[in-house]
Ligand binder design. Structure first.
Ligand code: NAD
Ligand code: GLY
Length: 364
């Protein structure tokens, strides 16, 4: 297994994604990013003992100064209060405009540290160092940063691209099984919306991925990052509709997450089930055949993800989905497939959505 580099092409703000096993200990790679800078490592209480302490020991002698901010673990702490606490650490440490924030952890840490970097003195650099599969294939790339508000998930945030993304594939070894499956949901998403060949590769290799075969995981992370980088380069701020396609399964998924209470289902679990529902919706619209819906359902199930939504009536789903960020003048828009490997964003009449919800609930 070799190391790999690809770029997110954003003209003068183009940045690299480095993917390699053992990259966290690669001093030569890290040195130019921290030398002469004050560094703030933001992580959480789970990741700090696993990977943070060794990283601080390695970077300490290289950096001008190093400070750590250790968050409590969990989506429940992705709040304005904890965001403010990161900024307080940076202020107390006299961080300046050249400070580099290092976000070490899953998507919660990455989103919060990225948002703090976006806001501290109107913006300092952030290195994203994702340690979950979900964050390696999705949240660390593309510059979306945010915290939650009691009235909505990820509602307070900023676009702030990292200066680089460092992905150490070895960190996947310690990931709980449920979190591995949650990350696979986002991997499957890329195949569904953008790349039939990758979807087919996933069908053939899902058991290797579930067994954490290093080569299979490396391929899945690399291909996902390539696809995400292309989308971000083509529509950085989600204005043309291209980047919105990355929300395939998320409209239904967010409704499940919010309706059940955040944390009941993991984000990736809700997205997995949401993709099956979006596939049903695509079939209702005559854009996807039954065999393709069945293939998506089988792949999501093989990844250890739920495929049957809660038994709510359709109006409950529609109410939760009305808060979706893709809503346009109050009309909910959905990402639907036009065959496997191709997707579009479009409004859909509520009665068609209701039929798709019913069909998903009826199939176990
Ligand atoms: P997470 O950050 O909560 O991490 C999941 C769990 O794994 C946590 O308990 C964490 O401490 C633990 N963990 C992290 N790395 C580990 C490792 N190597 N070994 C053992 N345990 C480890 O969840 P996530 O799934 O990584 O991210 C979800 C978050 O990402 C959500 O808040 C979501 O909104 C956000 N997100 C953001 C984007 C984006 O574009 N910015 C995209 C998708 C999701
Ligand atoms: N995860 C969706 C996006 O980055 O746009």
């Amino acid at each position: 297994m070799t190391s790999h580099r690809l770029d997110v092409g954003l003209a003068a703000r183009t940045y690299p994604i480095h993917i390699a096993p053992g990259l966290l200990a690669d001093e030569a790679l890290w040195a130019p990013w921290v030398e002469g800078r004050s560094v703030v490592l933001v992580t959480n209480e789970t990741v700090m003992p696993l990977y943070g302490e060794a990283l601080v020991a390695m970077l300490g002698p290289r950096a001008r100064s190093i400070h750590t901010h250790v968050l409590p673990d969990g989506e429940a702490h992705k709040t304005l209060a904890h965001f403010e606490a990161i900024l307080s650490t940076m202020l107390a440490a006299h961080c300046d405009r050249k400070t580099r924030v290092v976000a070490l952890g899953g998507g919660v840490v990455g989103d919060m540290a990225g948002f703090a970097a976006a806001c501290y003195q109107r913006g300092v650099d952030v290195l994203q160092v994702p340690t979950t599969l979900l964050s390696q294939v999705d949240s660390s790339v593309g510059g979306k940063t945010a915290v939650n508000h009691p009235l909505g998930k990820n509602m307070i945030g900023a676009f702030h691209q990292p200066s680089a993304v460092f992905i150490d594939l070895h960190t996947l070894a310690t990931l709980p099984e449920r979190e591995l499956s949650a990350g696979l949901a986002e991997v499957i998403k890329y195949g569904c919306i953008l790349d039939l060949g990758f979807f087919e590769w996933l069908e053939a290799n899902m058991s290797r991925l579930m067994a954490r075969d290093p080569d299979a995981l490396a391929h899945a992370v690399r291909r996902s990052c390539e696809l995400k980088a292309e989308v971000v380069a083509g529509d950085e701020r989600e204005t043309s509709g291209l980047r919105a396609l990355l929300n395939f399964g998320h409209t239904f998924g967010h409704a499940i997450e919010a309706g059940l209470g955040f944390g009941t289902w993991l984000h990736g679990e809700a997205v997995g089930c949401g993709m099956v529902m979006a596939a049903e919706l695509s079939q209702e619209l005559g854009q996807l055949g039954l065999p393709e819906v069945q293939r998506i359902r089988a792949l999501v199930r093989a990844a250890g993800l739920p495929i049957t939504p809660p038994a709510w009536d359709a109006s409950t789903f529609l109410d939760w989905m009305a808060h979706d960020k893709k809503a346009d003048a109050g009309a909910i828009r959905y990402i639907v497939l036009r065959g496997l490997g191709s997707a579009e964003l479009r409004p859909v009449p509520a009665e068609v959505v209701a039929r798709a919800i019913g069909a998903s609930q009826a199939t176990a």
